[in-house]
Write a protein that binds this ligand. Structure first.
Ligand SMILES: [Zn+2]
Length: 140
């Protein structure tokens, strides 16, 4: 088992090695030593943000209109996308896994005829992408 520390150093429930690697590969955690990872986000807050996003989107997948049970990061966490609700879309698990690592725009192009909320989607994607690139520009 791998010890998991929260972003503020608080110890959380330990996890299995492959889960630890998955978090690190997604740029959501870093190794502290061979037995310990530290999360770069707060899972308690994420749960809250997730619920806010689902409620805001009325538990409906913005890609296809099916009932949504998951949230999809507009800018993926691996590319520096935040966990804040403005970077999250309510999504069914099918759309979420179909999109995979593709950009939100390329998935939208594929879905555009079927997406019942394409105007809303477009607006959200532009807003989230713009915010994230502006932030990156300031850092570099
Ligand atoms: Zn869907």
């Amino acid at each position: 088992m791998i010890t998991v520390l929260n972003a503020d150093g608080q110890e959380l429930t330990p996890c299995l090695l492959h889960r630890a690697w998955r978090e690190v590969n997604r740029a959501r955690a870093v190794w502290i030593d061979e037995q310990t990872i530290q999360l770069l986000y707060n899972p308690f807050l994420f749960r809250e943000y997730r619920n806010v996003a689902l409620k805001r989107d009325r538990y409906q997948c913005l890609w296809c209109g099916c009932p949504a049970t998951t949230v999809d990061h507009i800018v993926p966490s691996s590319k520096g996308g935040s966990d804040l609700p403005r970077n999250l879309l309510a999504s069914c698990s099918e759309c979420n896994s179909k999109r995979g690592n593709r950009s939100a725009f390329s998935y939208l192009k594929e879905k555009v005829d079927a997406a019942p909320h394409r105007i809303k989607l477009c607006y959200r994607i532009i807003k989230a992408t713009y915010r994230s690139t502006t932030k990156l520009k300031i850092i570099s």
